[in-house]
Design a protein around this ligand. Structure first.
Ligand SMILES: C[S@@+](CC[C@H](N)C(=O)[O-])C[C@H]1O[C@@H](n2cnc3c(N)ncnc32)[C@H](O)[C@@H]1O
Length: 255
């Protein structure tokens, strides 16, 4: 048993929050899937299917599941016939919690690593899918630059996440659900109310969908996005253009 006290929950948007984020996901890992299903009323499965469909033919090539968590996307990619799947997440407990979802002998490489320094070669994958992960990553531009680096030209980055709503209806819908339901239900299911209060705050501190699309264009993608039903989660697809010089300088307005 380690004598170190547990790290406090992360502060949404804080530039140095990565160790607290990792510790938080390590703690909630055993009950993460159940909390997801309950909180989204099962809708997350439907959203995930649409995210995978947005990878198009790239889903049958070499694919990175970024911030892979408990490997839902990884397992679906394997089942869908991907040539190889790399699952990367910095929470070892989340990755371990998902291992049982994979069939024996699946072509999957599972690595505990940070999204800002991917353990993959330049232009080595056809697709990157990231579900509900980027909101948690400080220095978002570095993770986006890494996606641009590892994708082959023409490859697709598909991001499913809860972006900061920019319209009045979205704000009302998401605000009500996030403030009233998420911390209470997430806390009851996992025993970690603080973690779910952070998840809510992290949406407020994240980019809007339009801001994120704009960031993708700066890193060599042609980007377009759409809201899911109900309009709380959104999907953004970026197509990696040929030979782009990727600049990893922090944008001044990064959320
Ligand atoms: C909300 S979970 C999503 C998991 C999974 N993609 C899904 O769709 O259920 C976010 C995941 O992002 C991971 N994560 C957060 N920040 C990260 C970082 N900087 N590098 C790698 N993984 C990170 C967490 O460990 C966690 O497993």
């Amino acid at each position: 048993m380690s004598g170190a006290p547990p790290l406090p929950p992360p502060v949404a948007g804080a530039p140095d929050r990565a160790p607290q984020v990792r510790a938080m996901f390590d703690r909630i890992a055993p009950r993460y899937d159940l909390a997801n299903r309950v909180l989204s009323l099962g809708l997350d499965r439907w959203w995930r299917r649409q995210a995978l469909a947005a990878l198009k033919e790239c889903a049958r090539g070499d694919v990175l599941d970024l911030c892979a968590g408990t490997l839902d996307f990884t397992a679906a990619l394997v089942a869908g016939g991907a040539r190889s799947v790399h699952a990367v997440d910095f929470s070892q407990e989340m990755l371990d919690a998902g291992r049982a979802k994979l069939p024996p002998g699946a072509e999957v490489t599972i690595t505990a690593a940070d999204a800002r320094a991917l353990p993959l070669l330049d232009q080595s994958v056809d697709g990157v899918v990231c579900g509900f992960g980027l909101r948690n990553v400080p220095e978002l531009h570095r993770a986006v630059a890494e996606c641009a680096r590892v994708l082959r030209p023409g490859g697709r980055l598909v991001v499913l996440d809860f972006f900061q709503p920019d319209g009045a209806v979205g704000r009302l819908l998401q605000g009500t659900y996030n403030r009233l339901v998420v911390p209470t239900v997430g806390g009851l299911v996992t025993g970690f109310r603080d973690a779910y209060a952070y998840l809510t705050d992290s949406i407020d501190a994240f980019a809007t969908r339009a801001e994120f699309e704009e960031m993708l264009t700066r890193f060599g993608f042609v980007a377009r996005g759409r809201d899911m039903f109900p309009p709380v989660a959104s999907l953004v697809v970026g197509i990696r253009q040929e030979a782009t010089i990727v600049q990893v300088q922090a944008p001044e307005d990064e959320p």
